[in-house]
Design a protein around this ligand. Structure first.
Ligand code: KIV
Ligand code: NA
Length: 262
């Protein structure tokens, strides 16, 4: 497979929906690579990998560690690393931290949560050689300041704000953006209002691509399934059954057999 670039990603708009999926390690990155256009090292790893309740305590060091693992496993993938909470609070901090990501990993781009309010930061990064993916709509890093995860685009004001955010992110130089937790009709309108791809999660089908957290779509995460997730596999059941078999066979001395023995 040919590795995507910001140019081929931009050109895909209106031609073919883009496939984005998260990965946090080399093992899964390698398995996901053949069927995805972009791999996102999301700060959702703080929940899926580290077991925390939200993404806010993910650190730059953790993001760099996981991004290196993903790049190692998926050498032909366009890899995006999330800027974790607090690392993009102003232009200088954001540039310093995104330069660390670019120098200490082979990530192709960083992702920043926020719309019009973050446009000046996106612009500063883009003019200094950092490729930026935007992220508008429901912003998981705002979960505490908003008192929960709130679907956006429910009022005319919110709809107008989303279109303004998308246009500001595009004008700032982002090559694509994620739109999360937005009413489908509104996300469709946002996607139509910009020339760069708008990748949806919980934003309906009329956008330029989809992103899912791999551990959600493979069914490894059992606690709850958000409405927007489709489970393509029951990973939790498969793993638990397999480990139960192993356990039973160890106890009954059925494993190891002759073929597993030196
Ligand atoms: O952290 C993440 O996985 C994300 C996606 C849900 C878009 O930001
Ligand atoms: Na994220």
């Amino acid at each position: 497979i040919k590795k995507m670039t910001i140019n081929s990603i931009k050109k895909a708009k209106g031609v073919q929906p883009l496939v984005m999926i998260t990965a946090y390690d080399a093992l899964f990155a390698k398995l996901l690579e053949p069927s995805s256009d972009m791999i996102l090292v999301g700060d959702s790893l703080n929940m899926s990998f580290a077991g925390k309740n939200d993404t806010l305590s993910a650190t730059l060091e953790q993001m760099i560690y996981h991004t290196n693992a993903v790049c190692q496993g998926a050498k032909n993938s366009f890899v995006i690393c999330d800027m974790p909470f607090g690392t993009d609070i102003n232009s200088e901090e954001a540039l310093k931290n995104s330069i660390r990501i670019f120098q200490e990993t082979s990530a192709d781009a960083v992702k920043i949560e926020g719309g019009e309010d973050k446009a000046h930061i996106i612009k500063h990064l883009c003019s200094n050689g950092i490729a930026v993916c935007g992220h508008i709509g429901l912003l998981p890093q705002a979960v505490r300041s908003e008192g929960g995860y709130k679907v956006k685009g429910k009022s005319e004001e919110e709809k107008a704000k989303l279109v303004k955010d998308a246009k500001a992110v595009e004008r700032a130089g982002a090559f694509c953006m994620v739109i999360e937790g937005v009413k489908a009709e509104v996300a469709a309108e946002v996607a139509k209002s910009v020339a760069i791809p708008v990748i949806g999660i919980g934003a309906g089908k009329d956008v330029d691509g989809q992103v899912l957290v791999f551990s959600d779509m493979l069914g490894f995460f059992e606690e709850f399934t958000p409405k927007f997730v489709k489970k393509y596999m029951d990973g939790a059941l498969l793993v638990k059954n397999a480990v139960k078999n192993y356990s039973d066979e160890v106890k009954s001395r059925e494993f190891p057999q002759e073929i597993h023995t030196y």
